[in-house]
Design a protein around this ligand. Structure first.
Ligand SMILES: [Zn+2]
Length: 261
């Protein structure tokens, strides 16, 4: 099986996981850069992530246009993905979703979304908020062209996540597993932060040192990361699509410091 076949299968799994974990519903999408051609990426045609199969995956260029003749409808907001891949050569995978728990943090200016739980550390210390109205005035609040996508990508900058005011979020990472994990834990971090705020008093956020220590321990195919991917894929009824990559020797055993329960 070629690399691209595996990538497309992984993208199907990613769609199903994000649906099962309530990050996306009928709307929201995930994409992955073509490993053989960094100027192209894969994403589904316009369809709910829970229902996506291999044949739904299309290949688009960095202008958000299909590279082959395509009669089927595409996602209106595919430009989010195109613009982030264009701006960030380091990014291999992108998620856009409207998860409800993050929405208040894009609307209220008083409290910024920040990592408060260990699994939320990957969202990074700063999560910028992009407001489409700042540059484009009154729109339907969707990202429907490259100019809007590029403005969002500019706001994202070198960060992992940007909130989109009154809309949702965009997240970007070095691998598909990483962007899915980040997008699953982002709403959970938002929930924990919101509830802590309700309890009152000062919020204790993860320190920069703690965020850095979490990042240092991360590897996309480590035993710990794979554990979550395998669990989520089976929970989403697509364990049969899994293809485990060869493991580097240093990752063959559970790291003692992480998730020891
Ligand atoms: Zn959207």
């Amino acid at each position: 099986m070629s690399n691209v076949d595996t990538v497309i299968k992984d993208l199907v799994i990613a769609n199903r996981i994000l649906a099962k974990e309530d990050v996306v519903d009928a709307y929201g999408h995930v994409s992955i850069r073509n490993p053989d051609n960094p100027k192209h990426f894969f994403i589904s045609r316009s369809r709910a992530p829970e229902l996506i199969e291999r044949d739904d995956i299309v290949e688009l260029d960095l202008g958000g246009e299909p590279v082959r003749d395509e009669k089927r409808a595409l996602y209106l907001e595919r430009f989010i993905h195109a613009a982030i891949f264009e701006k960030r050569p380091d990014v291999m995978a992108v998620v856009h979703a409207h998860a409800e728990d993050i929405l208040p943090f894009g609307i209220a200016k008083a409290t910024k979304l920040r990592p408060v739980i260990h699994s939320g550390s990957f969202i990074g210390a700063a999560v910028p908020v992009w407001d489409i109205a700042d540059k484009f005035g009154d729109t339907n609040v969707l990202v429907t062209n490259m100019a809007q996508g590029r403005d969002l990508a500019k706001c994202l900058g070198e960060n992992n996540v940007a909130l989109m005011r009154g809309h949702g979020f965009a997240s970007a990472a070095r691998s598909l597993i990483e962007v899915v994990r980040m997008s699953v834990y982002l709403p959970r971090n938002a929930r924990a932060q919101m509830r802590a705020k309700q309890l009152g008093g000062k919020i204790k956020y993860l320190s920069q040192g703690e965020i850095d220590a979490r990042n240092r321990g991360y590897s996309p195919y480590s035993t710990e990361t794979w554990r979550a991917w395998e669990y989520w894929a089976n929970k989403a009824s697509c364990g049969h699509l899994l293809s485990k990559p060869e493991q580097p020797p240093e990752n063959q055993h559970d790291h003692k410091h992480d998730h020891k329960k």
